[in-house]
Design a protein. Sequence first.
Length: 286
Amino acid sequence: MKPPPETDPPADAEARKAVRPVICYPVDTLPPPPMARYRAARQDMEKIAEVIAPPRDAACFRVPAGHFFRISSVDGSQVGDLNLWHEHDLSERFYSGKTRALHGTHLSTGDRMWSSFPHLRAMTTITHDTLDWYGWDAFGGSVHDVIGTRCDPYTNRLLSGGDYHHCCHSNLTRALADETGLPLAEAEAHVHDVLNVFMCTGFSADTHQYFMKASPVRPGDFIEFFAEIDLLGALSACPGGDCSAEHSSDATPCYPLLIEIFRPRTGALHDWVPPDANRYDRSHGR
Ligand SMILES: [Zn+2]
């Protein structure tokens, strides 16, 4: 909540406020993802691996470029926090803020997850989302946001004073350290703002604060991605469970999440190539 304003509005205040907004980043110039090809490639695709992210914990997984991966709700309504890196260069990682600027606050089929500077290329394209029916609810909420960050022990200490170690930030840190052999502190520096898979969120109409509400996800629901580059992923099954109440304690029912990797139908993507890194020359005006 902001305090009441201390400054008197100028004479033309209403006129200034009445100016119509324009979209910051119109995406009409982006080449559209080849969804028909992806749809053809996901027919008869073959499952080659699966990993479980246990409740209140995280798991890593690897997806070769040109393959699909799917995150599924299995035993109960559960939210997941997803991090992605280039498998061979952890400095290229998911850029939640720029993805939000390009695609809006929540992602669904046809949206892409973009990587950090200087790469800024598609890491994934979302190819299926069984919660796409949800759209927007009466509170302005929707599913799979890129506005939240991840629950973490630092904010928890700031707000409540307690230490809680099984928050998504710490779960992702431990999983990445175990997967790569990096010391915990080094792994932590690679953990970044997430895609909040299955989480239902928005901004409150009165104070514009970030809100969450019980996820509409049910066992059997899934979101599916096409890997545009070789990926290392980490997924945390958030201690908040369905995120209807809180997310930094062991009080909430919490369930595993299933991650499955699929090889596309043979030949469907024979001439497909991963996207190049961004072509900006990095001279920055010098
Ligand atoms: Zn969390």
